[in-house]
Write a new protein. Sequence first.
Length: 480
Amino acid sequence: MASTIPDPHQGTCTDGRGAPATGRAGRVEAHGIDHIPEQERHGHPRQLFAVWAAANVNYLNLVVGGTLVLMGLTLAQAFAVIVAGNLFWILTGLLAVPGPAAGAPSEVITRAIYGIRGNRVNNAVVGWMISVCYFALNLAAAATAAFSLVEKAGLSASTGVKVVVVLVIAALTLTIGVYGHGMIMKLYLPITLTLTAVFAVVAFGVLRHTDFAYAPATAPTGAELWTVLLAGVTLMGAGPLSYTTSADFARYLPHTASPRAVMGWTALGGFVPSVVVGALGACAATAVDMTDPQSGLQGILPGWFGPVFLLGLVLGTVALNALTAYSAGLALQAVGIRVRRSLSVLADGTAAVSLTLYGLLVSDFLDTVSNVLSLTVVLLGPATAVYATDILLRRNRYDGPALVDETPGGPCWYTAGVNMAGALALTGGVTVSALCVDTLYTGPIAHALGGTDLALPAGIVVSSGLYALLTRAAGGLRRL
């Protein structure tokens, strides 16, 4: 039985220009986790650049870049960490490659790794739960900018007003997520251009005040420095690693689309803006107090630009969160819940709004950012590594129709619906990563190393190695 109910649509008619009517921006996307037929594929890999660029010219990257300097790094060290952490976008690009090959989203492609039932657990935790957490985190970032806009308009940002603001931003975000792929492809190029213009003004203001010779009063050295550097790379790498679902936005491309182009445009779309905006955040931290980024930055920007800057922060975060909401909706379907994709997106939004209100009204925002980004890599690092390893071992040979076959006789059923190689590799990687983490708690390995957090590299190496070894021991990859 299929685990998704398609939204109502009129077959596969086109709009007169060759693009499927069901993929147009003005219609709710009909497809969920079902296979995309070749006659409904369209577009070029270069379109993926704008999708990922729009989502990464955002407030969160600015905050994280500033956080690196607050952690005690020099400007040069912060730049190095920003570049190193964002190199994980290469993995995000690799994970997008199966989209055109399979005509399916990541949430379905990973059935080849975990089996039908095993993949439901994977999607419930790594897919849906993590996506909702990031949705809430980004929504909180957008809301804090919007609160400042409310106050500039002469209103008091009371608790009631804050709730309304969060709901309005969530509604805008979810509208894009509900309309889906066509709306995203239509909107994200103009959003990228708009945000580039906004952040060009920010860059002008920040670079004029940057202290390029900045050195912290108490700079870490020796083992302590390496601990901070590794923590910084983990913090930066959490962003690209959260997109284990990058195939979701490439699956409408023709199966003949160049894998290198899909990988390259996806990776560049995330890497370039993340590095630039993160570096701006680090530069700003040498001139203003980045524990309160909005107030600090507005002190060095033109007075007239304040509202424009805040609107840009909201727009960038809406673009980012729409992708997250879209993938979270697919993950909910892939868990096995028979619900239309449009309704699953709304369900995700409801959960995320609840978490956002808690994060804004109860918890401290900067602490929440650091803790969530650092802790999620315990899951995301190993999950990304196992997925990437399968793509390389399989040489990107995925059969879309076979992947959507959920019957016990199907090629992704394995043993009782679980591929033990994938399940054990992910479990082993997460376990080792959890032993090495130093964030909300200190794992025993991190404690023995004096607080050095090796969760990210350890989880990636162990899970990838285990998957390759266990797959070979089981007789190799099952053909799809």
